[in-house]
Design a protein around this ligand. Sequence first.
Ligand SMILES: [Zn+2]
Length: 215
Amino acid sequence: MDAGHGGRDPGTSHYGLREKDLVLDLAKRVASELGARGMSAVLTRDRDEFLPLSRRPAIANRLPADLFVSVHVNANRNRHVSGIEVYYPRESQVTDATALPPSVRPSEVALPTTTVKRVLWDVVLSQTRSQSVRLASVICRTMREQLGTRCRGIRGARFVVLREAQMPAVLVEVGYVSNHRESQQLAEPAYRQRAAQAIADGIASYLRDVGAQDI
Ligand SMILES: [Zn+2]
């Protein structure tokens, strides 16, 4: 479980709510809900500290974790925008400055051209992308059903935290703090608990579907 932002990076702030605080609380709740369902969850941060983006998937890769789930809340200049979104890793966008995938040692690549790096990234991502899409859609469904909130859909994104995870990875935007109604909901511990339950149920349902409930 990855709580977005932290420390000197507060994330978005609206109506007196700071993203880094909300998502830490949500991630802790999801972790304990997963524990109650017999799964073990490791938090990338368990307090208000700054973590560089690459460190987050690196923690999951080192374990190695079966899944990587990052929790965020959203904001939009248009205060009417509301709802849940779940992101999965999209095709890599490799440039000259892009590093090799973490699973590839530089000594293994004779000539790390942009094309070679793109091919390597696509291989790494394609191994898990379809599972990520499936996990994203299950979480979208359980959150919509259990919270009675609109799930705006699942989307591909090139976020570093998703791209560098070597396992199925999703990023959940639990709602818009820039929307008055959703900021009020997110301010409520009872709502955050229900959201955490819905995410944990989605993860459990996904693992049941792939027949991996014993991992
Ligand atoms: Zn965020």
